[in-house]
Write a protein that binds this ligand. Sequence first.
Ligand SMILES: NC(=O)c1ccc[n+]([C@@H]2O[C@H](COP(=O)([O-])OP(=O)(O)OC[C@H]3O[C@@H](n4cnc5c(N)ncnc54)[C@H](O)[C@@H]3O)[C@@H](O)[C@H]2O)c1
Length: 314
Amino acid sequence: MVMAEGVVTPNPAAGAAQPAAVPERPQIVAPSRKNTHGVVSGPVPHILDAATGLTPTLQKFRLDGKVAVVTGGARGLGFNMASALCECGVKAIAILDVLQDYGDDAIALLHHKYGVAAAFYNIDVRDEKAVQDVIASVQQNLGSVDILLCSAGIADSNIKAEEYPIDKFRRLIDINLTGSFICAQAAAQAMIAEGHGGSIIFIASMSGHIVNYPQQQSCYNASKAGVIHLMKSLAAEWAQYGIRCNSISPGYMDTALNRVPALEAQKTIWKSRTPQERLGNVDELNNTAVFLASEASSFMTGSDLVIDGGYCCW
Ligand SMILES: NC(=O)c1ccc[n+]([C@@H]2O[C@H](COP(=O)([O-])OP(=O)(O)OC[C@H]3O[C@@H](n4cnc5c(N)ncnc54)[C@H](O)[C@@H]3O)[C@@H](O)[C@H]2O)c1
């Protein structure tokens, strides 16, 4: 039975089987009123956080005081997710990318718009020494790393497997899979040393679950399947240190990666095979990234979230 204040109590008609303990009643400022239709209204309970004005549930999405590192954050999905982390309170952000101009613009924008400390590091995620140095520099200049978001990645498509040049294959695996591991390892070493845990978010792809049609892209698909299983393996190993690892698997998103002439004709096919009949907008992973980075997902590790407009349903 639901009482006026919204407290669930045992139903007396159910007899002795009901548990004796009654849940604690929420704090109510003054008695609520019940109108003639039985609708409860009245003062707002005293549950809002004094500083932010948010309810406890929404408060868990805040990232105040955290330090985030975003690879591939100079543009595209990575930049948009970096913006969302800043909007939700991180105190500092480091962008790792190979695009100097985009990187410079990205940190200037993040600093001016959100007031965060922001640094750009022009490094290749395949360079393990450079990545180690960057994490050390972030710790020294921005603070200990709480969040790592691995968005750096490349795609090759429309290359038949029987003709795939091996050096091209190796390069893609090196960036998408090995590069993700190099960054995760460096961040995890820092998190373990600091002893405060953290959240590592990988950007995988629906291509790690299904085989795209009609383009041939065996290497990309394999790299992203590898990222998902790497994420699960690291989640299992690093849970003991309070490090959570999860991934996001986007469907077709409207970013520079897909704005190439060779793919234009295929976009019609992609949309027709997507229940929502469109590509994702560049900011449509933002809320998921904040969720995974924050305490809102505190009991979640080793999970992959597919965000694809329904593509994988068919
Ligand atoms: N766009 C999509 O449809 C889509 C779908 C599924 C998954 N993804 C994945 O999302 C991630 C971001 O893609 P995007 O669409 O924003 O692409 P993007 O090309 O706009 O962004 C990728 C960023 O990674 C950087 N990068 C590439 N290689 C790097 C390296 N070796 N070292 C450091 N930085 C490097 C690029 O410079 C770029 O800024 C990628 O991992 C991609 O595979 C994209």
